[in-house]
Design a protein around this ligand. Structure first.
Ligand SMILES: Cc1ncc(COP(=O)(O)O)c(C=O)c1O
Length: 383
């Protein structure tokens, strides 16, 4: 059987990874400024994480959600403590799209309404309701097209209120910081204004923190830069440091009933062990603070290298928007300097490294970036 060929691949085969480094099958070493798409939070193969999952696997890896699993409660308590959201309830699932799908469903159950608002350049996943609210027509199949999804310009409070006035919106979904759309930070009062509107029009606010959460932004959640309490918060990516796990944090007034949500694999023993290890390491190694410190350092130094690009970001979620397509620059960084970076559209490099990136590793990237950028931009200007 051959694989269904949906991913353009680099010709690199990682076989080993540790901290912020990855090695390929040819023994080349790479600095990972991409974190496998914002997934690696505590660093590759962290010893506490390996130990916790291995021990758990030797005891019990899985049983269904019909028995007591104290690891789920332990994970929920730890997440509440580390995130500062201890009064929320937690529903566990397996991925980001699934977390959003459940949040959307929950908002619809609770309000009895069908319509949802999201924003341009937003990404919420590829399952049915989540993809309908994602601003990318290429990934919306005919079966996913729905009048229930209303996609508005980002930061547009007036347009949002005009839709809410009709009274049929169950929830607004918005990323803490738009990731795939190019690292777009909500304007200063956008989230707080949205929260006020959702209260006024009896609708819910869903914060998609799948990419921007778990310390990536220099706060546990990116929305914590604003003074808001979302009704629902969705998480995945950094939550398991590579182990598939996702979740919905649900405000205390929302009451569950048996069967309201469900999943076979969500909250299994192994996933919980991974999730607990991640939170322990985030806390023990002050990774949220490190994300803010090293992120600020990177953004300051990047601004000193050149004024030929725009830098946007918070913590270790950084976008560098260039005036020219960055494909060649990214390839140079990878194949000449051994540095993985991410991308958004044609012109934006995205940095999403493990949260334990050090200043020395940031310097390694900055040295390489300044040379590669000078090289590529000089040649493009010549042409
Ligand atoms: C903000 C955001 N929401 C949702 C998702 C979907 O997550 P998953 O790929 O785990 O389904 C992503 C994935 O990139 C994301 O960045």
């Amino acid at each position: 059987m051959k694989l269904f060929d949906v991913y353009p691949l680099f010709n690199i085969t990682p076989v080993k990874a540790e901290g912020c480094y990855v090695w390929d099958s040819e023994e080349n070493k790479y600095l990972d400024l991409y974190g496998g798409h914002a997934v690696i939070s505590i660093g590759h193969s962290h010893p506490n994480y390996v130990e916790k999952i291995s021990t758990q696997l030797s005891q019990i890896g899985f049983y269904s959600n019909s028995i007591q699993n104290p690891l789920q409660q332990e994970l929920a308590e730890k997440l509440g403590e580390v995130s500062g959201c201890s009064d929320y309830q937690l529903f566990l699932c397996n991925s980001g799209a699934e977390a959003n799908e459940n949040a959307i469903k929950l908002a619809s159950f609770v309000t009895g309404k069908k319509k949802f608002i999201s924003y341009k350049k937003g990404f919420h996943g590829r399952t049915s309701a989540a993809v309908a609210l994602t601003d990318n027509p290429k990934i919306i199949a005919p079966v996913n097209e729905t009048e229930n999804a209303i996609i508005l310009p980002f930061n547009d409070i007036e347009a949002t209120e005009n839709i809410l006035k009709k009274g049929d919106v169950a929830a607004i979904i918005v990323e803490g910081i738009q990731g795939i759309g190019g690292i777009n930070i909500p304007e200063k009062y956008f989230l707080t204004d949205l929260k006020k509107l959702t209260e006024k029009y009896k609708t819910l606010l869903i914060l998609d923190e799948i990419q921007s959460g778990y310390g990536r932004s220099g706060r546990f959640f990116a929305f914590q830069y604003s003074n808001v309490q979302p009704d629902l918060i969705t998480v995945a990516k950094g939550m398991g440091n590579g182990f598939p796990i996702g979740g919905v944090l649900i405000q205390p007034e929302i009451e569950p009933w048996f069967g309201m949500l469900g999943t076979t694999f969500g909250g299994n023993h192994l996933a919980c062990a991974a999730g607990i290890a991640v939170l322990d390491v985030i806390q023990q190694e002050s990774l949220v603070e490190n994300s803010e410190k090293v992120g600020n350092y990177l953004m300051k130094k990047l601004a000193e290298i050149s004024s030929d690009y725009e830098i946007r970001g918070k913590g270790l979620m950084i976008g560098i928007e260039s005036k020219f397509p960055i494909k060649e620059l990214r390839q140079k960084l990878l194949f000449e300097y051994g540095i993985f970076t991410g991308v958004s559209g044609q012109n934006i490099i995205r940095l999403l490294p493990p949260l334990n990136l050090t200043i020395e590793q940031a310097d390694q990237f900055l040295n390489a970036f300044s040379k590669a950028f000078a090289d590529v931009s000089a040649r493009l200007i010549e042409q």
